[in-house]
Design a protein around this ligand. Sequence first.
Ligand code: UTP
Length: 464
Amino acid sequence: MTYEDAAQQLRAEEQEHLLRFWKTLAEEQRRRLLEQIALLDFAAIRRMRALLEQRAAGVRHGDAVPADVVEMLPQERAAATARGEQELRAGKVGVLLVAGGQGSRLGFEGPKGAFPIGPVSNAVLFHFHARKVLALGRAYGARLPFYIMTSDSNDAATRACFAEHGFFGLDAGDVCFFQQGMWPALDPRGRVIMDAPDHVFMSPDGHGGLLSALASSGELADMERRGLSTIFYQQVDNPLVEVADPAFVGLHLLRGADLSIKVCAKRDPQEGLGVVVKRDGRYGMVEYTELTDEQKQRRRDDGELYFRYGSVAIHLFALPFLRREAETELPLHMAHKKIPVCDDHGHTTTPKAPNGYKFEKFIFDVLPHADTLINLVFDRHDEFSPVKNATGPDSPATCKRDLIAKWARWLTEAGVEVPRGADGHPLMPVEIDPAFAHSPASLRARLARMSPPDLSGPLWLRDP
Ligand code: UTP
């Protein structure tokens, strides 16, 4: 792109200010800036400006009622597990991890997936996701491709983390990294914000950016080429997740769902989980922030919360549904944020109060397009304890505690007595490498072939 091309386009888009420092820039800076302008998605920017003018997302019509949920009984679970295992054995299940976020609440330098969480090993978050994929591949004698969405800000560091750890034992050819899109932010007048004289501020386009990124990177085509039927979706911050749980996969297939979602009872009415609803005959996700206090507190006759179940972003997608959605435009969501900005003298400052708007796409905006959607109830103690904040709830401390409690339950189930304190929590940290055992049954089988584990100190059962 030449200066003239850029100037013409920016004039047409009312964004000429991006070139206002041109005369002061060195050759290399000019080249970088033109490169960045060439990559700006002006169609998206026009949508952002329209949203900004409305100052609110489109009004939703109709009353939202909680969507039906499935609580599997043992017989249905057994049938679903058998069906899921059949699909895993046939190599038709792929695993997807969205890891392009910025993890600003945690405040960790580097990709969130490189955050150490193993209570004994200090293994990083990526370790737990990758080793579960490895364990499933071994258990079902199949290749499970592992797709990892990164963003411009953490792609190189994510790849380096996998390389440094020998891909956590996975075949590098089955680990597919792809980058989501990056979007500019707008000031209240709809002007793209620059954070340096030669640079436009950019941030990831949200987990909903997954769909366009899958298509543009060629990974969607890769999934089709591999003959996959089902894609398991998870977030990087929850190491308790049961990756491609066969019962979940099987239920999804037996019911012919476009999309399946694991939901759990909310910890309390204020917990920040979205709820799956039906509105005007279609499914939808109502975000925590969209519920009034009265709606959050509302109770059913049996005393349970009316909006009882929350989604924790554990999903299954039928591949044809993903393809269809990749060709559909998702709505934009806008957030008022503090954005570093370059003043007219070329100095960058980060304001103390929000000064601009970031825009994102959310993956759950596909819900209204799903004809068949399953909400499977799961026990949160077994599968959900995210690392969101540096301290307090949903922090590394609570996540480690919940990991230890889960593995201790597996050990107890396998007949190993774990010393516990008065509160029932294990007295020492325990950790099970998912490649050592990825379920209570595989743990029992593994332990049966070795001498009893030593529980006089921290216990780390790992695959050699
Ligand atoms: P969160 O909503 O928790 O955002 O992401 P975050 O960026 O990780 O953390 P905060 O809000 O800045 O503290 C949920 C999941 O979605 C992924 C994250 O990597 C995480 O796995 N995500 C989020 C993306 O992949 N891309 C995005 O643009 C946003």
